[in-house]
Design a protein. Structure first.
Length: 134
């Protein structure tokens, strides 16, 4: 699979994962016996994946114990890798899913990233936006 095709699949996974997060938060709110106040709603909207799973489990559904949880966790890692690059989520994804054949790439030496990075800087410069040199 090409780098572009892989990235497009990753974007699709990220979109589906964000929909899952949104719908899960609504589900948790709807299950509350007493309506959440605005502070509680803000807190729920700010929790990350692991904390959101804890909130789901408070409803009685043991999401982390389900056989399919590993797929949900992979979607979360792909989403964070798409959003944040080769950080903590990327390293976890590489460790959990070696069959994805992911590899790190130094942006100063990797030709495809260098070209993309240069193209992006040129496009931003043409549009009048300032860029930061890596």
């Amino acid at each position: 699979m090409s780098e572009t095709e892989s990235y497009m699949w990753g974007l699709g996974v990220a979109g589906i994962f964000h929909l899952w997060e949104h719908e899960t938060r609504k589900f948790i709110v709807n299950l509350q016996k007493n309506p959440l106040n605005s502070v509680e709603l803000d807190k729920l909207n700010d929790v990350g994946f692991k904390r959101l799973c804890e909130e789901i489990e408070k409803t009685g559904f043991a999401v982390t114990k389900r056989p399919s949880f590993r797929h949900l966790e992979t979607a979360w890692l792909i989403t964070n890798t798409i959003k944040h690059g080769e950080g903590k989520a990327f390293r976890q994804l590489v460790a959990k899913k070696p069959e994805l054949n992911l590899h790190t790439c130094n942006p100063n030496t990797c030709e495809s990233r260098k070209k993309t990075s240069t193209r992006s800087r040129q496009q931003l410069t043409k549009s009048g936006q300032t860029t930061r040199t890596p």
